[in-house]
Design a protein around this ligand. Structure first.
Ligand code: UDP
Length: 471
């Protein structure tokens, strides 16, 4: 009988790679489970450049990396605007190679016994069928957002999208369980398209049909946060493993080896931790728009003025390439901004975010609401100001502001006065209220990954089920 052997294939972006590497490590702790992790060459090179992944995974003789091309030219920036091309590249170039790997090895002892791939990889359904092995989709974005993705055909059928008229505040009634919560502006960004015949919408419809064909769905969330949505999911895909927050699960399991780990695709500037060490408790706002989002130069200046005018201390990640056109054409930053930033700000090009959010000086997070960032903030009890960029982030920010009440939703607005007002509200006027609510949710997150907690149990069940998937 073959050993349990999982092939893990993430969408080649920072968030999904980060999540899947964590899952891989959690599985590798069980020595009889073998893991082959498929990276695109681009992602793998960046991990080699900026992290200790090779040393970290060298501890696990049951782990191996394999790399394949992503089909994109070397100089493609692989940012938010390129996501369509990245998915297309994986489908055209990487997926046939992935199929070959899966099929080639089905006849020998290192054959995969199950596939864990990103929920957007619709091609995996046929590959798993042909190899006669189970497919587990791991959708690394939020279940509340995936639920709205699955509702797209109904939204079209009910005539809710494309929107009639310009009122983005109109309530949407076709997403079951979200009535009274979702406005048009809170739907995934692609729902604003006037033409539904665009690749992303067609892909989302296709994804919905494929997700239900997998044997199971792995989700990075926890019952106390998204219980009602998870119940809806179970009616559609009975086998759900809700194992989040994955990074908290990881910390709990690797508590004895307490060094922080990193899966960053950029070089982390650790000097910000020294700076944070010098700031008062809960006084600093962390500002980051993640690995894909971009902003215009005008928005950049509004952000900067808003932060400075709020008189709050801030740690700001300005990722290279995230401010459109800044590299070709420098802007004259007004002296008042430079001087105030010297007094109370710290700017870096990439931060060790999990460590930053866990730092006692951090009191708030101005975030684009990517799901990893949102969960990392929730797990550390840090209130948020949400400025979503695209896809799932519009949904996440609505849930943060309106459902979980863990912060404020600033979507579709970017002016210095609003930024200043919201920063003051979260970091000063309603600071205690927000911190208390965030702390309660953080406690629930920690409890969910502790022994006997719902996410802990789901991970145990996943491991046990993988052990039994032998051929
Ligand atoms: N991140 C980081 N340092 C930074 C900014 C982001 O380590 O300076 C990490 C963050 O901790 C998160 C990931 O990058 O795990 C971003 O994923 P998310 O889903 O939040 O957003 P995306 O980048 O996919 O839009």
């Amino acid at each position: 009988m073959a050993v349990p052997h999982v092939f893990i294939f993430p969408l080649p972006l920072q968030g999904p790679v980060n999540c899947m590497l964590k899952l891989a490590e959690l599985l590798c702790l069980h020595q009889e489970i073998h893991v082959t992790f498929i990276n695109t060459e681009y992602i793998h090179q960046r991990l080699l450049n900026y992290t200790d992944v090779l040393i970290r995974f060298a501890k696990y003789p049951n782990f191996k990396f394999v790399t394949i091309p992503d089909g994109l030219p070397e100089d493609n920036p692989r940012n938010g605007e390129q996501v369509g091309k990245i998915i297309e590249g994986v489908e055209k170039v990487s997926s046939p190679l992935f199929r070959e790997m899966v099929m080639m090895t089905t006849t020998n002892y290192c054959a995969p016994t199950c596939l864990i791939v990103d929920g957007i990889f619709t091609f995996a359904v046929d590959i798993a069928k042909d190899a006669k092995i189970p497919l587990l989709y791991f959708d690394t974005i939020s279940p509340c957002a995936i639920w709205t993705y699955l509702a797209v055909p109904k939204l079209i059928e009910d005539g809710e999208i494309p929107f009639k008229g310009n009122d983005l505040d109109a309530l949407v009634n076709s997403v079951s369980g979200m009535e009274g919560v979702m406005r048009r502006r809170d739907l995934p960004s692609y729902c604003r398209a006037t033409d539904l015949d665009i690749p992303i919408i067609q892909h989302i419809i296709k994804q919905g049909k494929h997700i239900v064909q997998a044997q199971a769905l792995i989700l990075n969330t926890f019952e106390a946060l998204e219980g009602p949505i998870l119940s809806q999911f179970r009616a559609l895909c009975p086998n759900i493993y809700a194992i989040g927050p994955l990074h908290t699960q990881m910390k709990a399991k690797l508590a004895s080896q307490s060094l922080p780990t990193s899966n960053s695709l950029w070089k982390e500037d650790m000097s910000c931790i020294d700076w944070l060490n010098k700031q008062p408790n809960k006084s600093v706002l962390f500002v980051s728009i993640g690995s894909l989002a971009t902003m215009s130069k005008a928005q950049f200046l509004e952000f900067w003025y808003g932060l400075v005018n709020s008189k709050t201390r801030f740690l700001w990640v300005q990722r290279p390439g995230s401010i459109i056109g800044l590299e070709d054409d420098d802007i004259n930053v007004p002296m008042e901004l430079v001087e105030s930033t010297k007094e109370r700000g710290c700017i870096v090009s990439w931060a060790p975010q999990e460590e930053v959010l866990a730092h006692p000086s951090i009191g708030g997070f101005l975030t684009h609401c990517g799901w990893n960032s949102t969960l990392e903030s929730i797990a550390e009890g840090v209130p948020m100001i949400c400025w979503p960029y695209f896809v799932d982030q519009q949904v996440n920010s609505r849930y943060v502001g309106e459902v979980w009440k863990l912060g404020l939703d600033m979507k579709d607005v970017c002016d210095r006065a609003t930024i200043e007002r919201m920063v003051i509200e979260v970091m000063d006027v309603k600071k205690i209220e927000f911190l208390e609510r965030a702390k309660q949710m953080s406690n629930l997150a920690i409890a969910s990954v502790g022994e006997g907690g719902a996410s802990y149990q789901d991970l145990e069940r996943l491991i046990e089920d993988i052990r039994l998937m032998r051929i």
